[in-house]
Ligand binder design. Sequence first.
Ligand code: NAD
Length: 251
Amino acid sequence: MPIRYDFTGRAAVVTGGAQGIGRAAVEKLVSGGAAVAIWDRDKAFAERTAKELSAKAKVIAVGVDVTDYAAVEKARDETVAAFGKIDILVNNAGIAGPIAKTWEHTLDQWNQVMAINLNGPFHCCKAIVPGMIAQNYGRIANVASIAGKEGNPNASAYSASKAGVIGLTKSLGKELASYDIAVNAITPAAAKTAIFEQITQAHIDFMLSRIPRGRFVTVEELANTIAFMCSEECSFTTGFTFDATGGRATY
Ligand SMILES: NC(=O)c1ccc[n+]([C@@H]2O[C@H](COP(=O)([O-])OP(=O)(O)OC[C@H]3O[C@@H](n4cnc5c(N)ncnc54)[C@H](O)[C@@H]3O)[C@@H](O)[C@H]2O)c1
């Protein structure tokens, strides 16, 4: 029997929840009874996903680009208007960025990766955390990457952005530790999703070769850990980074 967490009465936001790891997280939250707002810059895709999953619980789609702070505040207001509050935030939206040597990244490429992968989670935390403090409850799950711990060659913008997410998690976790708010991150190894279309086969082969289990992690395996991070049961651990690397990580 898969572990089920009870999210009855909880309201969640999952950024980049239209597909991939985010969608798996939405499914897991919905199966536990949470109302979920899918925040995605691809609004049509988010609407399709919300429609598919809304038989079991309330799921809404909000079109938002997390790089735009004013749009994030608007999405928060729309979500609070729909659900009355936000208890859970999964910062998942992200891109791979260029597969190239550091000095070959263009300035625009570097800035775009930072804007989505690092500024995005900061924007969402900035907009949503005050409400969590006011209600003395919150669970934040940040989707980082093993690249943020190890630094993948030919992916320095991505690796640096994900290292930033781990640092953000550590700082915010400590700042909120006196409340019933937990802030944690997860560092997945490679999972077969649409993000693979953004990178080269050689880079995919490199990532697979570094996983001792010898296979990709599934989005369902990641969603199981994310669900724990979003649950009431995750009441003590905070500022921590959960491993999902099939044996690759050494810390
Ligand atoms: N798949 C992997 O191998 C892997 C490994 C480690 C970490 N991750 C991380 O997991 C997260 C999800 O990845 P995935 O593989 O499911 O990717 P994906 O490409 O399948 O899905 C990402 C979703 O994020 C949305 N998105 C992108 N930029 C956005 C923005 N600016 N604002 C709002 N939404 C935006 C996209 O529209 C898409 O629906 C990312 O942060 C990624 O870096 C993925």
